[in-house]
Design a protein around this ligand. Structure first.
Ligand code: NAD
Length: 541
């Protein structure tokens, strides 16, 4: 330790492969998908370096082909969670003292494993588990996860470089210690990259982590875990457990050594967890860090000066890619009256041209939503919109779950800017449009700001700089990621750090230094070279 000031490789974004017909990457991912589809796997808990099979299992199936079984995963009992916590605290003794360059080496290796030998497998697993098209899998499970790992290593070293001033008489050193205790990472179904990043970012900073993936993502989480193991993450540093989320969370939050939560998922779950942490606060040895990125009701607002083709494309991609199941997906749009007819025709044209089906067929642009609960909820909102006087279905409005959970991309137009689908996060391929009078730009911006409890992403389209400037100011607090003349999705690590405020989360910006600061507790060390030997100051005479 301490035998050089090492520079890490400069992080660059992983290039996105194209998967065009005839390309080698296309053949590789299709073959891997077929092989994985035709075998069944068993996913044990992974605790302190051991695979644990509890015998209490649940099945895994592709959302687009829900009768097909991909395998089973094992569910934890309370004792397994307690064992995982105890084991990780034991592992912490060595891991927290591990020189940073060794931690960096492990996670840079993980990035290279995903970029190379695991790429087809992690993408195929994400296509199967979460019904992502190959493009959506590539930008998530391959590129974004690689970027998180590489950029976080660079950010870690930038943080370590941040040191206070010293004088000739005293040397001031900031040590960026990991948190005292263990970190709990709870991850959502929708991004394999988030599933990998939430445990990895805290572990990179020297913490030990208990990771609970979503029930709907265990299949691809297993590939992430295999990468961590092969990259050399030591036993007990990242434990992975599945099972009843309430039991697991209650057990974790009861531990006096709980020192932080890294959560991504829905707002109500995060708020409940926050409340439980508050209730337990007197039991903890340290104030836990609470980091949560949660829901959104993301908007597009289009001024009369904007280009209808650009607005329509932003809706078609921003609302419907990955079936609208991105936290950043556009789900409420405010379109100026004079451009609406053109935007409408273009969006209808786009939606009618979408191919829908299994991601195994690479021609498909839209596949299934994640599970039956989501399907039923979306179908009920669509049915309601068919009935409601103040709503009309512009395109879509059909659904079918006989083989997979397929919801046809749906555009609802409403006369009521506070209509339920303008306010509630649906998390599916349903977007609602409110058409506003050309003269009511400022009133509409106020409406955009005040309609939803969330503030995650939003986009404004305008060719008029004055109108644009008004929007940038009026919507200052309406989105943590704000886009000008672009769709509100597709944030890239290192370029657009991601997160929102209000009910959308603590806005600790995944994929940036800001996030890593939450997993450290600095110690200030002042070393005085020649200590004073007389208590009297000169003014005492
Ligand atoms: P979810 O809240 O249902 O589940 C997220 C995680 O919490 C899962 O691991 C789940 O098992 C666990 N969980 C569920 N109930 C729990 C409970 N009572 N106690 C403890 N843990 C519990 O969310 P999801 O459906 O997996 O993901 C979609 C949600 O995530 C959407 O609201 C979306 O906006 C949000 N999201 C936000 C971001 C962001 O960066 N802001 C990114 C991705 C997803």
């Amino acid at each position: 330790m301490g035998k050089g000031f090492f520079e890490v490789p400069i992080a660059v974004n992983e290039p996105i492969l194209g998967y065009a017909p005839g390309s080698p990457e296309r053949d590789r991912v299709v073959n891997t998908y077929k092989n994985m589809y035709n075998e069944t796997i068993e996913v044990p808990l992974y605790i302190n370096g051991k695979d644990i099979k509890t015998g209490d299992t649940a099945t895994m199936a592709p959302p687009h082909d829900h009768k097909h079984i991909l395998g089973t995963y094992h569910k934890a009992e309370k004792k397994h969670i307690e064992e995982a916590i105890a084991g990780s605290l034991e592992a912490r003794k060595k891991w927290s003292q591990m020189p940073w360059e060794q931690r960096a080496g492990i996670f840079l290796r993980a990035a290279e494993l995903i970029a190379g030998p695991y790429r087809a497998k992690i993408n195929a697993a994400t296509m199967l588990a979460q019904s992502k098209t190959v493009q959506q899998a590539e930008i998530d499970s391959a590129c974004e996860l690689i970027d998180f790992l590489r950029f976080n290593v660079q950010y870690m070293t930038e943080i370590y470089h941040e040191q206070p001033e010293s004088t000739s008489g005293a040397w001031n050193r900031l040590e960026y210690r990991p948190l005292e205790g263990f970190v709990y990472a709870i991850t959502p179904f929708n991004f394999t990259a988030i599933a990998g990043n939430l445990p990895a970012s805290a572990a990179l900073m020297g913490n030990v982590v208990l990771w609970k993936p979503s029930d709907s993502q265990v299949y691809s989480a297993k590939v992430v875990l295999d990468v961590f193991r092969e990259a050399g993450v030591p036993d007990g540093v990242i434990n992975m457990v599945m099972g009843d989320p309430v039991m697991i969370t209650d057990t974790v939050l009861a531990s006096p050594d709980f020192s932080g939560i890294h959560f991504t998922g829905s707002t109500h779950v995060f708020k409940d967890i926050w409340q439980k942490i508050g209730t337990n606060i007197h039991n903890y040895k340290t104030y836990p860090r609470i980091v949560g990125e949660t829901g959104g009701k993301d908007f597009i607002v289009a001024h009369k000066s904007s280009n209808p083709r650009q607005v329509a494309t932003a809706i078609s991609r921003g609302a419907f890619e990955f079936q609208g199941q991105k936290c950043s997906a556009a789900s409420r749009c405010y379109i100026s009256k004079s451009i609406w007819e053109e935007v409408k025709d273009l969006v209808i044209g786009d939606v009618n041209s979408f191919k829908i089906g299994s991601p195994e067929n690479l021609d498909n642009f839209i596949t299934a939503v994640i599970h039956e609960g989501s399907f039923d909820k979306l179908a009920s909102y669509i049915d309601q919109a068919q009935i409601d006087q103040n709503a009309e279905i512009v395109v879509g409005g059909t659904y079918n779950k006989s083989e997979g959970y397929f919801i046809h991309p749906t555009v609802i137009k409403t006369e009521d800017p506070k209509y339920t689908t303008m306010c509630t996060e649906l998390f599916g391929p349903v977007v609602t449009i409110y058409v506003f009078d050309d003269t009511k730009w400022e009133e509409t911006l106020k409406l955009v700001d005040e309609t939803s409890e969330y503030a995650l992403t939003g986009a404004v389209f305008s060719e008029d700089r004055y109108a644009l400037e008004t929007a940038v100011r009026a919507l200052e607090n309406a989105a943590g990621n704000f886009y000008i003349n672009d769709k509100p999705t597709g944030a890239v690590v290192g370029q657009q750090p991601f997160g929102g405020a209000r009910a959308s989360g603590t806005n600790d910006k995944a994929g940036s230094k800001l996030n890593l600061y939450r997993w450290i507790s600095p110690r200030m060390v002042k070393e005085t070279f020649v200590s004073p030997i007389d208590y009297k100051y000169p003014y005492l005479g």
